[in-house]
Design a protein around this ligand. Structure first.
Ligand code: NDP
Length: 445
């Protein structure tokens, strides 16, 4: 690795111990950028990389709320405002018991490069809380969202920092948080994206991450002489990203045979009945295991990680970080996988990514492949500013154009640096280009 890149990575690890996810995300990106620093030694004297790896601001706060039994619960909330060189901080809010500073920083760091790739004017940030929404009543969810926003509102704003949803934060939670922001800030502005259509949301935002993922994977397959049509596809998770990745896959002629949640996976050789999955997950907020009660020929396996042993040509990990490890990657390669597209953020471990790249499997990294969600959030911001609404087709068409453009940029960057099939490298370098231009233009600040 380039000496400057190695030094910054070593210092980052020493200064931020006990942050393995942040180290992992930083290692992947800095390794790729090493090639850029070989070409541009002048970046070192400007301290560019040191500035990029340090968040502009990290806010951590307590979130006290009262459960249905009248007991006070206290959770830990975060907002990492990582980089605002290209535009206001932008990135989702995650409610999950695993949330900690390391996970917030890895997500915020990835978000900077992802948002740069979209070509829209947004910086990078991320937030969340170690709150577990599972099993909570609707009233508890509302009280918790209000408690979370009662602190977060001080730090965000339509031109400052615009959060959105992520794991555990969907339309319901955005609604409660937006309602409370409006009340205490006394303004009805585009401070959150993923809003309901009745109060300023964008058509196609709900579908955007999953659709965008499949647009990019389809583009990648076509570019390398193949097609999504007729391929067998395995998708992990059964949340927002997974459901709409499955929908677009089916629309483009792929066959989805498996989906999962954190308890287990379903396998349906006839092709997943997506209407049934939506009914279970979106309407009833149930578990994926319920699928086999209706579809008698399908099977349920109570071990979600084994989903990667199912033979398929295309694998779309859409659940969470590090869900696809080296053994899973080897099983997929052995079973003939030709393409992997990351719908989730960093779902593939560094070692597993290497297995795919070494085997010549087409690999679309999350910061490019799942950028459709945040790109459409930027389209929601544009509609809010104009007080205008675009049709579903108009937003979807713009989303498609953005994903095609992202693929073009990352594949060109990969080719420019002599590794045309290495889209991990291409995405990191292409994302860095605009970021570095903006930061250098702003001077030392
Ligand atoms: P949801 O909360 O809607 O769904 C998450 C899904 O992943 C659920 O099926 C959940 O199962 C499963 N899951 C969560 N944790 C684990 C785990 N440890 N092991 C296995 N499965 C797990 O989240 P989203 O669909 O919004 O997000 C999924 C991923 O996509 C995340 O990495 C997120 O950061 C990323 N992403 C999301 C975007 C968006 O627009 N929503 C945009 C870009 C990226 P269970 O119900 O059992 O918890």
């Amino acid at each position: 690795m380039n000496a400057y890149a190695q030094r910054v990575l070593d210092e980052l690890k020493a200064k931020n111990p006990n942050e393995p996810e942040f180290h992992q995300a930083a290692t992947e990106i800095i390794e790729s950028l090493s090639l850029v620093f070989d070409k541009h030694p002048e970046f070192e004297s400007k301290g560019l990389l040191e500035m990029i790896v340090e968040p502009e601001r990290v806010v951590s706060f307590r979130v006290p709320w009262v459960d249905d039994n009248g007991k006070v619960q206290v959770n830990k909330g975060y907002r990492v405002q990582f980089n605002s060189a290209i535009g206001p901080y932008k990135g989702g809010i995650r409610f999950h018991p695993s949330v900690n500073l390391s996970i917030m920083k890895f997500l915020g760091f990835e978000q900077i490069f992802k948002n740069s790739l979209t070509g829209t004017p947004i910086g990078g940030g991320k937030g969340g809380c170690n709150f577990d929404p599972k099993g909570k009543s609707d009233n508890e969810i509302m009280r918790f969202c209000q408690a979370f926003m009662s602190e977060l509102y001080r730090h965000i704003g339509a031109d400052t920092d615009v959060p959105a949803g992520d794991i555990g934060v969907g339309a319901r939670e955005i609604g409660y948080m937006f309602g409370y922001y409006k009340k205490i800030a006394n303004e009805h502005v585009g401070v959150l994206t993923g809003r309901g259509l009745a109060y300023g949301g964008s058509l196609a935002r709900k579908e955007a991450t999953g659709y965008g993922l499949v647009y990019l994977v389809s583009e990648m397959l076509t570019h390398f002489g193949n097609t999504l049509k007729g391929q067998t596809v395995v998708i992990s998770g059964s949340g927002n990203v997974s459901i709409y990745a499955a929908e677009k896959t089916m629309q483009l002629g792929g066959k989805v045979v498996a989906m999962s949640d954190s308890n287990g996976y379903i396998y349906d050789a006839d092709g997943i009945d997506l209407a049934l999955v939506k009914e279970i997950k979106e309407v009833k907020r149930g578990r994926i295991s319920e699928y086999v009660q209706t579809r008698k020929n399908a099977k349920y396996v109570a071990k979600h990680t084994d989903i990667w042993t199912i033979p398929c040509q295309v694998a779309l990990p859409c659940a969470t970080q590090n869900e696809l490890d080296v053994d899973a990657a080897k099983a997929l390669v052995k079973n003939g996988v030709i393409a992997v597209g990351e719908g989730a953020n960093m779902p593939t471990t560094l070692e597993a990514t290497k297995v795919f790249l070494d085997a010549g499997v087409l690999f679309a990294p999350g910061k490019a492949a799942n950028a459709g969600g945040v790109a459409t959030s930027a389209l929601e911001m544009a509609q809010s500013s104009q007080r205008m609404f675009w049709s579903f087709e108009e937003v979807d068409q713009k989303l498609h154009g953005i994903m095609v453009n992202i693929f073009k940029n990352i594949s060109c960057a990969a080719a420019e640096y002599g590794q045309p099939k290495n889209l991990v490298l291409g995405a990191n370098i292409a994302g860095f280009k605009k970021l570095s231009e903006a930061m250098l233009a702003h001077g030392v600040c």
